[in-house]
Design a protein around this ligand. Structure first.
Ligand code: GDP
Length: 342
């Protein structure tokens, strides 16, 4: 117990929302990084400041193309993003990468543990890389990626790449916040080995077969033909865009220009049809609804007794003693009663 005058410990000094906003609009990368740290913070005071900041920069956001990139570990995501990113900056684009840093999960005994990801790109003046520790993610996506996208846009980045580690749930989350969803695959590895579910394939606007060099070249081209065929069998997408399959080699710099041309063609196609704006509007609506759900859940679990009841119910649900529907009704009714007493 502290004295009434004791202040909570501040781990980092916070600026005002105006100061963050000004720095971001002036393209100050240090402030952009600090602002992303702020929005990722779970401290209630930071959350209020973060909301104020997002509100301020909102009119300056939205002007980028948002690209989600997924694929199993080892498919070549970071190597591809680095080579693709260098191509983008060479044609005058300003690129922000919201990356997942897997090093926290691959510690001792890992062959990739010491590898610095996207080293060259991180030294590029026109690129900004924000790694999020994989440990700090929910299903492979940083929990405040949407806010980080808006901040990067306000800081003048016109291409935003959101990387996901490809663990099932994360693809769905990332799909709900990007304009174009790119799936990376390896030729000759087989769908099952790559954990590719049909649903993930159906979400992709483009597929890139990686490592199309040396001995893998032939396999990559074969895989391209196979996936192209498979995609033809899928129902017409909501955007009416026909997903394309390309091959690429980060080593030989193959397929990078073509990947960008595919994304630009998609943007032109969906802008003309109106789908581009419609998708963003729907994504915002869904974001709003999931925020409401998240907030209510947070309020509920603030009550210790209810948090305990939820834990107990989880066990009973697992045992088949009680149904999830009935258990959730009871929790919400208890919550409403508690509110009435306040
Ligand atoms: P991630 O786990 O999906 O990010 O995969 P990485 O980018 O770390 O790549 C995994 C391995 O594949 C590394 O050893 C890379 O050097 C290798 N790799 C990535 N891209 C290519 C490529 O285009 N050609 C070849 N030959 N190897 C590649």
């Amino acid at each position: 117990m502290g004295s009434p005058t004791r202040k909570p410990i501040q781990f980092t000094s916070r600026l005002t929302a105006d100061a963050y906003a000004k720095g971001i609009l002036d393209h100050d990368r240090v402030l952009l990084s600090r602002a992303i740290t702020l929005v990722e913070s779970r401290l209630p005071s930071d959350q209020l400041l973060s909301e104020e900041l997002i509100q301020k920069i909102l009119p300056h956001s939205g002007k980028s193309i948002r690209i989600g990139i997924t694929g199993i570990p080892g498919v070549g995501k970071s190597t591809f993003i680095e080579a693709f990113g260098k191509h983008l900056t060479s044609i005058g684009k300003k690129l922000a990468v919201l990356a997942i840093d897997p090093s926290s999960q691959r510690t001792k005994g890992s062959i990739l543990g010491d590898k610095t990801r996207m080293d060259e790109l991180s030294r590029d003046d026109n690129a900004f890389i924000r790694p999020t520790s994989a440990a700090n993610t929910l299903g492979g996506v940083a929990h405040k990626t949407r806010e980080a996208i808006l901040l990067c846009e306000a800081a003048g980045f016109d291409v935003i790449i959101v990387e996901t580690v490809g663990v099932g749930q994360s693809e769905i989350a990332v799909r709900s916040m990007v304009d174009f969803f790119l799936l990376l695959l390896i030729g000759g590895a087989g769908d099952e080995l790559q954990g590719i579910k049909k649903g993930i394939m159906e979400m992709a606007d483009g597929v890139v077969i990686t490592k199309a060099d040396g001995d893998h070249k032939k396999q990559a081209n074969q895989a391209k033909a196979d996936y192209q065929h498979a995609l033809h069998l899928f129902p017409v997408t909501e955007s009416r865009w026909t997903p394309k399959v390309l091959v690429s080699s980060a080593v030989e710099k193959i397929g990078l220009k073509e990947t960008w041309e595919m994304i630009e063609a998609y943007k032109a196609f969906t802008t003309t049809s109106g789908f581009f704006e419609l998708q963003r509007a729907n994504q915002n609506k869904n974001w709003f609804h999931s925020s409401i759900e998240e907030r209510i859940k947070e309020e509920i679990t603030k009550h210790k007794a209810l948090a305990e009841k939820i834990k107990k119910a989880e066990i009973q649900i697992a045992q088949g003693v009680i149904s999830p529907g009935a258990a959730s009704r009871e929790i919400v009714e208890n919550f409403i009663q508690l509110l009435g007493k306040q």
